[in-house]
Design a protein. Sequence first.
Length: 57
Amino acid sequence: MYQEEIFANAITDAKKAGYDALKEEIKGMEAAIERFFTKIFDTTSSVSERDYNVTSL
């Protein structure tokens, strides 16, 4: 009985660790995508300002 509880706790801990690692990886990917879009939109707005002499909001 005691060994089963230890095994169940070990499985739960492993699942939680895997879930936490996955959340961290997703946060990293989210930050990278956000930086990518920020650079794309900043570049696009800069080109528009230069070419068409308009100001961005």
